[in-house]
Ligand binder design. Sequence first.
Ligand SMILES: Cc1ncc(COP(=O)(O)O)c(C=O)c1O
Length: 393
Amino acid sequence: MKRFRTRAVHVGSRPDPTTGAHVTPVYRTSTFAYGSFDRGARMFAGEEPGYVYTRIGNPTVRVFEEKVASLEGAEDAVAFASGMAAIAGLAFTFLKPGDELVFLGPLYGGTEGLFLETLIRFGISVRDASNAPSSEWIGPETRMLYVETPTNPTLRIHDLAAVGRVARERGVLSVADNTFATPYLTRPLEFGIDMVLHSATKYLGGHGDAIGGVVAGSAEMMEELRMHGLRHVGGAMSPEDAFLFMRGVKTLPLRMEAHCDGAEAVAELLSRHPAVERVHYPGLAQHPGHELAARQMDRFGGMVALELRGGFEAARVFLDGLELFTQAVSLGDVESLATHPASTTHELLPPEVLEHQGVTPGLVRLSVGIEDPRDLAQDIEQALARTERSPVS
Ligand SMILES: Cc1ncc(COP(=O)(O)O)c(C=O)c1O
């Protein structure tokens, strides 16, 4: 098997059979001609492969799916219109009324919303086992164990090998959201996890210009997912977006190295700065998940969170003072982004949930882009200096 960087470029890519176009074109079509009555019948009977309808499969989308499957070490992958569509597709395919879904988070807010506000309406019970010992993860009705690592926004690290082992021993499906790490840094299937998923919107696309999701796993599970979670639920990736994702994945290894370089420089600077109370970056020796992260990640990723000593007001001054970091949600873009969870994404949550998630008033989340780490460090330094000059801090 070829190495990761080579597979990111080549897997799935092949000259277009009709024109020889070197890069797979955008197959912008909703439907595909069978060619003949008999071929149509054979395709519908599953006796002959072929594309039928873009909601179920499309050649441009397929290149992206094949790349992700290869990079995650999976037999197959299924792409969706968004990360949330991928997670909903998983739930509709593999859960039924009476099942329990157990998660180790805190999870991305949208995912917790889907689980705790939407899935429970379908008779699925949901349990947060983030702080429970592994002996308590699985109950009699548990059907799926769902983990996100590193978590959002405080970069908590969960033990993928333990999740994979416990789930297998108890005959439960395990799922890992690998959006923050990407397959370049962590391959959850190597730790015994059954299915891995991404908000492709983030690092896989990498350029902040498309929304998408993808799930990878065994051929059997992906066939079931394509039938129920994609064909029946209908959240299919568009061929145009698939083109951007297949292009994005080709440079994933190069971008991730640059993201990690920048994040390491930023985390190091922050950890020495007097205006900063705490830095959350799994690459720092003082991070509580550092040793675990070193076992399951090749490097520590591009996400860094910091808590400012001056609290809410210092966060405001710091964020308004940043010049290279854009204040916006999302992450994983080549451009650096910054958010203040307490006043934006987590604004509506009650205090006990904020405390559980580690969202303090002075917490800022940085998605470190691929700019020169020296420029990023300078930008952070000058914005921190503003918080020290500000009378409120
Ligand atoms: C870790 C994680 N998973 C899933 C999602 C949902 O993905 P999307 O926004 O593509 O629907 C996000 C979005 O921010 C995320 O950060």
